[in-house]
Design a binder for this molecule. Sequence first.
Ligand SMILES: Cc1cc2nc3c(=O)[nH]c(=O)nc-3n(C[C@H](O)[C@H](O)[C@H](O)COP(=O)(O)O)c2cc1C
Length: 331
Amino acid sequence: MDLDFNRKLSIAPMLDCTDRHERYFLRLLSKHILLYSEMVVASGLLHCDNPEMFLGHEPLEQPAVLQLGGSNPTDLARASKLVEAAGFNEVNLNCGCPSDRVQNGNFGACLMKEKHTVADCFKAMQDAVSIPVSIKCRIGVDELDSWEFFTDFVQTTKDAGCRIFIVHARKAWLKGLSPKENREVPPLHYDFVHRLKAEMPDLNISINGGIKTLDQVEEQLQDLDGVMVGREAYENPWFLRDADERIFGDKTPSPYASRKAVLEAYLPYVEKQTAEGCPATILVKHLYGLFTGLPGARKYRQLLSNGAPRAAEYGGAVALIQKAMDLVQED
Ligand SMILES: Cc1cc2nc3c(=O)[nH]c(=O)nc-3n(C[C@H](O)[C@H](O)[C@H](O)COP(=O)(O)O)c2cc1C
């Protein structure tokens, strides 16, 4: 599998969003995008009773990447082996998340201050698996926001063998900003990412942060290898409808000509997951944004969110989704 092809457009790891159900749903919109998991803490994966909870997925989701959080090379190596055995196509190391919880575990964005630890982690992971290992990072942390700091971090991990970087093009403040603010307040510096590619053309570089349209994706791809989109894919997934043709050059028409057709195609999966005991709340929450901008979208969303906790009253999750869909006008 040529993941560098799929990497042209990837969907960002997002906690509480990019679980297996969201990935399955997004795959219906594009055959080629690269789908990332939520971050899974390596030690949590190793010590939990049911690793399937983190690793379980449908082959249809692939190509898919599982993102690990951690800073212990041995744990990360062991966790990477599980990720590979579960069928994921790549494993990613999180060096970009600034939340307190993650900092307390000494991983995520604060690892950018410990480039040698990251290099050791990367090497242990890559030595343990034959799938690629990638790094997702910021352009800096706290007052360490110079070009020299950023490029030194990348060079050190590159020397350890890493060639795939996804760069969220803003720095993170480790104290004083919430994770949400850390996705909005520090300004975006796309220039850092473009300069990185220009100076290290042998690396595979994806840019991330604030990208919302396929026009923007195409523009970034003129100089870079890939674009990663987060919030827009979650809040307005329909923007992906032409991605296969425009970004990947796949002229095969999508089997789903409308948003409702995509949703219909998701229903057998909902039925299967419901039979396996998955609550409706988890299965429908990823569908809220599908009809963004259309008449009736608000009512659709309200019915899904209010109805899901008592889906049985509607005849189950599938019936609830069908009822909600009927509230939307789509030409
Ligand atoms: C709800 C939410 C959860 C996130 N969780 C993660 C995560 O688990 N790992 C990670 O590397 N980044 C995480 N991020 C950051 C995104 O991957 C991405 O870097 C960020 O949202 C910027 O991209 P965007 O402007 O396209 O949304 C999260 C973002 C959001 C909105």
